[in-house]
Structure formats: C-alpha cells, structure tokens
Design a protein around this ligand. Structure first.
Ligand code: SF4
Ligand code: SF4
Length: 311
C-alpha cells in the first residue's frame, strides 16, 4: 500500500519552492538521435517537437533571475536554434550547462559542437549508464558506448574534465527496476575504470534513480514490475531527501514554453501552480509544488535529482 506522496510532507515549507530559484531548466525539444530504454521524455528520432526561437527569447527574458541555465532535450543540439540560444545565454548567465548524449556530437553536422561549447565554457553533462559496453549498449542502443568513449576522449583533449572551467559530468542510471548504488563509491569505480582502460577523466558522477514514467514506466508495466518498483521506492522513502528535491530550487520549461516544477512533471502534463506558459511569467515567487507518486523516485534512499543524490 502506497500513501499519496503529498501525505509524506509534514512541513508545509517543504511543499513550496524557495523564494529565490537557482536553476532554469529548459527542454528545447523531444527530437533525439537515440531512443534509450530509460528515457522519461520518450525522446527519439520519430519525435519532432522543438522549441521555437520565439519561445527561446521568452526564456532569455526571464533568465537573469537565475544563476544556472540547464539545457536539455531530447538531444538539444538537434534544435536548429541551439547555437544561437547558447550564444545569447552565455552573455547573460554565469553558468550554462548542456545535457548531451555525446553520440550526437559524432554525427554529421554536429562534430564541431565540442569546440563550440568549450569556447563558451559551457558545462557538459553526459549520460553513461555504465562503464561497460554491453550494459551501456543495452540501454541506449548498439554502438553508443564506443561513440561516447571516443567523444569523452575528444572532450578531454579540449580540456573538459581536466580544466576547472570546463566541467564534464557523467550520469549513471540503473539498468532495471532497482535503486542506484552509493554515488561516491560508484564515482570512484567509474574513475578507476575509465582512467585505466581509456585514459578518460571526468569531473563528477551523478547517480540518478529511474523515474517510473515515460519509456521506463512503460517497460515496468510491460514486464509486470511497476507495482513492485513503486513499492521499492516507497519503502526506501527518506524524509531527509525532501529538503533537497530539485523542484524546490528550479523552474522547468517545456519545448512549447509550458512551465513545470521539473522535467519529470512534463510528460505527465503537471504544469506549475502559476502561469501556464513562460510568455505569461512576469514575477517569480515561491509556489506550491505539484507532487504525484512518481516523486517517490526523488526521495528514495540517498535522494535523486538531475544533479545526482540529494541526501
Ligand atoms: S535518455 Fe537522452 S539520449 Fe536517450 S532518448 Fe532520452 S533524451 Fe535521447
Ligand atoms: S518528480 Fe519533480 S516535482 Fe516530484 S519531487 Fe521530483 S523534482 Fe519534485
């Protein structure tokens, strides 16, 4: 039996965002060159939703209210206005980061993106579900591991993961219906293996719990594991992870300009308590967060967010 997530929050302040938000996370489209099994956006080559330049201008209008711009997708590089958007953002935001699958940077038309991002000191966050080829290719598609390894080497050669102005973060997520292991131990394991086998350096590893929505949610339902996984998340509920839920410090913008508390609320259509679209956003103040039971993925064990563990 699982309690509604909202019942687990006894301090009303934790059900609200902070007055000052730090991160503006922007999903510039669902189009992607990959179709990973764990994708909560259900992104892929058959998706064509992309953020228009008009909507990007609205994002830039509110960006000075935030410390960090976190650009995600899909494969954000596939948005035709990606470079323009990054160029405009770095002029007004001290910290711009891009979530990339890196495979896209090995494909025609995108091979100069590493230099483009390095010249602008843009942080790169890259999904690498595991340091073994089999595990990685099983989740993300055949050939993806080799492509990511070759791109990590190139990024290292540009200073990424070696120079403190060019952070290169990796993202681990479980290959099935289980919780991630300890993040710092796993980071050490990744570091040892990637360094000894490929000479690769990186800055940090984020261990993220799979959220039971999108393609991963479908997989859980198809394999008869949905209820068991939800129970596992519920049983692992950690009250001390409530403080660090990422929705308390950020605003998330969908490809069509709709506003959400986080990227996970996007596919569920849970827009914020406030203006529905960024075009209607004039003031940013504390708001009540829209929770549902998928939120248990953020509070299980050591907690989880787009920046890794939280508790
Ligand atoms: S997880 Fe990332 S790389 Fe994989 S399909 Fe989704 S958006 Fe694309
Ligand atoms: S899923 Fe989103 S709204 Fe729910 S706890 Fe996590 S970050 Fe907050």
């Amino acid at each position: 039996m699982i309690e509604p997530f909202g019942n687990m929050i006894h301090d009303p302040a934790l059900a609200m965002t902070e007055e000052k938000l730090s991160v503006l996370q922007v999903n510039v489209g669902s189009m992607c060159n990959l179709a990973c099994k764990h994708c909560h956006i259900e992104a892929g080559p058959n998706r064509h939703e992309i953020m228009t330049r008009e909507t990007m201008k609205e994002v830039l209008r509110v960006l000075p209210n935030f410390d960090t711009l976190d650009i995600t997708g899909g494969a954000p590089e596939m948005n035709p206005s990606f470079r323009w958007f990054v160029d405009e953002a770095v002029k007004i935001c001290p910290h711009v980061m891009v979530r990339s699958n890196l495979v896209i940077m090995t494909e025609e038309g995108y091979t100069d993106i590493p230099e483009f991002l390095a010249e602008r000191n843009v942080e790169i966050v890259c999904s690498l579900p595991y340091y073994s080829e089999n595990d990685c290719d099983r989740q993300r598609g055949k050939g993806t591991f080799k492509a990511v390894i070759s791109m990590l080497k190139k990024l290292n050669s540009l200073g990424y993961g070696r120079n403190e102005n060019l952070p290169l973060d990796l993202v681990y997520n479980p290959g099935g219906a289980f919780l991630p292991p300890n993040q710092s131990e796993l980071e050490q394991e990744y570091r040892t293996r990637l360094r000894s086998e490929y000479g690769i350096e990186f800055t940090r590893l984020f261990a993220i719990t799979n959220n039971p929505i999108g393609r991963f949610g479908e997989f859980l339902r198809r394999s008869g594991n949905y209820d068991r996984y939800m129970q596992r998340l519920y049983d692992a509920f950690n009250p001390s992870a409530l403080q660090g839920m990422m929705c308390r410090f950020q605003l998330s913008v969908g490809w069509d300009g709709k506003l959400y508390d986080c990227d996970f609320n996007q596919p569920l259509g849970l827009t914020i308590n406030g203006p529905e679209n960024i075009s209607g956003l004039t003031e940013i103040h504390s708001r009540k967060i829209r929770f549902a039971n998928h939120c248990y993925a953020c509070t299980a064990g050591s907690g989880s967010s787009c920046g890794g563990t939280t508790a």
